[in-house]
Design a protein around this ligand. Structure first.
Ligand SMILES: NC(=O)c1ccc[n+]([C@@H]2O[C@H](COP(=O)([O-])OP(=O)(O)OC[C@H]3O[C@@H](n4cnc5c(N)ncnc54)[C@H](O)[C@@H]3O)[C@@H](O)[C@H]2O)c1
Length: 389
């Protein structure tokens, strides 16, 4: 893809590309980017990820992949939002657990809130990996274009618990489809963070026999082990690149850490018959890794995740609405089984693609109109410099 990048003469550098908006750097030594994907269904919605990126290419690629994923997720879920994602490059270079000082975080997230306001509602931000509810409070101090704000200021708080519930429903659908019993199952969970931990809770409450989990954060160990001390639970602390949990001899594997863990190296070693987790972009290669899974007769449940506190969205957790996670999973599994050439991934993408072009019945093209206006405003200050990434 050719990327033409324009640098603005604004105090806060803004880079615009078609429907992409790259923003950076703001705050202290921070780089921020927002990627807006298709907005036919409504303004772009998706969380802001605060992550360590090795280079600019990874930074851009992650934003592109994640926002496209949000377009598909929101469309698949049948909700009237387009797709978008914010990405912050944490450039301390000291790894995942080196958090910035409280003051520094406050500045960055408050400025990020200003940025949301300046985007006039074409993007509504939310929480994602590396961003917490307190950060969202700081975003909310400067903008109304955000969800996932703390309950004491009127928000729905952290979305991870309902996300975990959604994943557990996807797992249930897969077990039922394969005529397997969840009650006798052993499940492997990669990552015991905001989603992984409640997922383990939901699975035990549904009677799962045993859960094996990994995490890379030694500090989580005591807390997690304490939480599940009454269950048949095992936790291993591993290195960042260690994906061995995926190869356990279990019934189901739930990737709930980072994306790209399902690839040509890992898939041949997976023993489980079901893969269903929360991690965004689990397939490293979108067009070949799903085929590898299908060839190995592994039922892959794509695109999990959910939102809450809206009666329409709550329907997703039920079993009657056509867009509910449960019924949608069964539909996708069946279509894939009936067609050798289609994987669960390609079928869900086709459904998502089709739905993502449906125009919001109330907002019309509001997202696009706002973006076009922003682009027009910015043109006057564009340097027109083409930068190589
Ligand atoms: N939080 C949400 O509401 C939500 C919604 C939809 C999708 N997701 C996706 O689900 C995934 C998890 O999100 P989260 O909010 O739980 O993030 P989190 O940062 O709270 O948890 C991730 C956990 O995984 C661990 N981890 C990282 N690399 C690992 C590895 N190689 N092996 C084992 N553990 C590893 C981390 O130490 C951390 O404890 C992400 O991909 C996110 O984009 C999250």
């Amino acid at each position: 893809m050719v990327m033409k990048v324009f640098l603005c003469k604004l105090e806060r550098t803004v880079i615009l590309y078609n429907l992409l908006l790259f923003i950076g750097p703001i705050g202290i030594n921070k780089k921020n980017k927002i990627k807006l994907n298709l907005c036919y269904r409504g303004p772009g919605a998706g969380g802001v990820r605060n992550w360590v990126y090795d280079n600019m290419l990874n930074f851009f690629e992650d934003g592109l992949r994640l926002s496209k994923g949000m377009t598909h997720k929101n469309a698949l879920a049948g909700i009237w939002w387009g797709g978008a994602k914010g990405v912050m490059a944490r450039n301390s270079g000291k790894g995942l657990q080196t958090f910035d000082s409280k003051e520094e975080r406050k500045t960055v997230y408050a400025e990020y809130g200003d940025l949301m306001t300046s985007l006039k509602g074409c993007y509504h931000t939310a929480e994602d990996v590396g961003t917490n509810t307190e950060d969202m409070r700081n975003v909310f101090s400067r903008t109304r274009f955000t969800t996932c704000i703390p309950a004491d200021v009127g928000g729905s708080g952290n979305p991870s618990v309902p996300t975990a519930l959604g994943v557990s429903i996807g797992i249930e659908a897969a077990f039922n489809y394969l005529n397997r019993k969840l009650v006798d199952a052993t499940i492997a969970v990669q990552g015991t963070g905001h989603v992984g931990k409640p997922l383990i809770k939901f699975l035990f409450s549904k009677g799962v026999k045993k859960i094996i989990a990994t995490d890379i954060d030694e500090h989580r160990k005591e807390d997690i082990l304490k939480e599940f001390k009454d269950f048949n639970f095992e936790l291993r602390i591993v290195k960042k690149d260690d994906n061995s949990i995926l190869f356990e001899d279990v019934d189901c594997v739930a990737p709930c850490a980072t994306g790209g863990t399902l690839n040509s190296e890992t898939i041949p070693k997976i023993k489980a018959k079901i893969v269903c987790g929360a991690a965004n972009n689990q397939l490293l290669n979108f067009s070949t890794d799903d085929v590898l899974l299908k060839k190995r007769n592994i039922l892959y449940v794509p695109g999990n995740g959910t939102l809450r506190n809206d009666p329409n969205i709550e329907k997703h957790l039920g079993r009657t609405w056509e867009n509910s996670i449960y019924l949608l999973c069964l539909k996708v599994f069946k279509e894939s089984e009936n067609n050798d050439k289609e994987t669960t991934n390609t079928i869900s993408l086709k459904i998502a693609d089709k739905k993502s072009f449906e125009v919001n019945p109330i907002y019309g093209h509001r997202g696009k109109v706002i973006i076009d206006a922003l682009r027009k405003e910015s043109t006057s200050v564009l340097e027109g410099t083409s930068a190589k990434l």
